[in-house]
Ligand binder design. Structure first.
Ligand SMILES: CC(C)(COP(=O)(O)OP(=O)(O)OC[C@H]1O[C@@H](n2cnc3c(N)ncnc32)[C@H](O)[C@@H]1OP(=O)(O)O)[C@@H](O)C(=O)NCCC(=O)NCCS
Length: 258
């Protein structure tokens, strides 16, 4: 009953993935990418009534985009899709699985917890509007303390900031800071693989003034590089800043597969 999705499933699936949340849904924008990335799974009964994407990357399994048609819920369809995804992870010798779930999505949190996932962190998503601002005191970092800055986000997937990723990111000038005091804020910049012209900044906000400088730098970068969207992901509550809007708060959940 579970198989890999094919192009022709798209129409049927998007019919029940339009108004999933109060703000709509994003499946229509990522469908083509997820199909290419492989392991976009469909539950059919007999037509497609559920989906999820199982991405295996850098020794991690990311289970994302779980959707079950409203008429077919509470029949363990999502549970089966998740278990199937975990088997794919294990076949690829991956031992840890991750999910992101909005803090207000009780159904999905209950689902994940019922399958052995635990909440490990809580993150906030802010949007930031591009704007021209000059003379912002920013510097590029080559080395960082991974105890203070342990991970970064790439296309909404969390990766450790180990030596090889720090080297790669710093060579590309993707690690920026605004060193106002000893305890300064730092951000890691990546571009979305799924959405065009979208800048994603992991932000460690340690000091409000330093954070505001980083936000201004990102707004200016957004104008210069013609980014349509700037997405800020952070664990901290950010200071008020013109053009900055808190969108949602979500949990990072984790499960060991062995
Ligand atoms: C969340 C969602 C995927 C669950 O799919 P589902 O196939 O109905 O889930 P399951 O039948 O496998 O549920 C397994 C368990 O999860 C929990 N659960 C699922 N839906 C729930 C709900 N509406 N309220 C409370 N708990 C719920 C229950 O513990 C359930 O076990 P039970 O039915 O024996 O009580 C589905 O409601 C959905 O598509 N929601 C909209 C999209 C969404 O939120 N996706 C997840 C984004 S992270």
């Amino acid at each position: 009953m579970i198989r890999k999705a094919i192009d022709s499933d798209k129409e049927t699936i998007l019919k029940f993935c339009q108004n999933t949340f109060s703000w709509g849904d994003y499946i229509e924008y990522v469908w083509d990418y997820w199909l290419k990335e492989d392991n976009l799974l469909v539950f059919e009964n007999p037509s497609p009534v559920g989906i999820c994407h199982a991405l295996t990357s850098r020794n991690q399994l990311w289970i994302e985009g779980i959707r079950v048609s409203p008429n077919h819920r509470r029949k363990k369809i999502a549970s089966e899709l998740i278990s199937y995804s975990e088997k794919i992870g294990l076949e690829n010798k991956i031992t840890t699985s991750f999910m992101l779930i909005d803090t207000s999505n009780t159904a999905s949190l209950n689902l994940a917890i019922s399958l052995g996932y635990t909440i490990v962190e809580t993150w906030k998503f802010y949007s930031l509007l591009p704007k021209t601002i000059s003379n912002i005191p920013i510097q590029f970092e080559n080395t960082i303390d991974s105890k203070l800055y342990p991970m970064y986000i790439d296309s909404w997937r969390w990766f450790p900031l180990d030596n090889s990723s720090i080297e790669k990111l710093s060579t590309e000038n993707r690690i920026i800071s605004s060193p106002i005091s000893n305890n300064f804020s730092l951000s890691i910049l990546t571009e979305s693989e799924h959405f065009d012209n979208t800048l994603i900044a992991t932000l460690f906000s340690k000091n409000h003034e330093s954070t505001s400088n980083i936000l201004s730098y990102l707004q200016n970068l957004g104008m210069d590089r013609k980014f349509e969207r700037i997405q800020i992901l952070t664990k901290e509550e950010l200071p008020n800043h013109e053009g900055l809007e808190h969108k949602l708060t979500f949990h990072l959940l984790k499960k060991s597969l062995v």
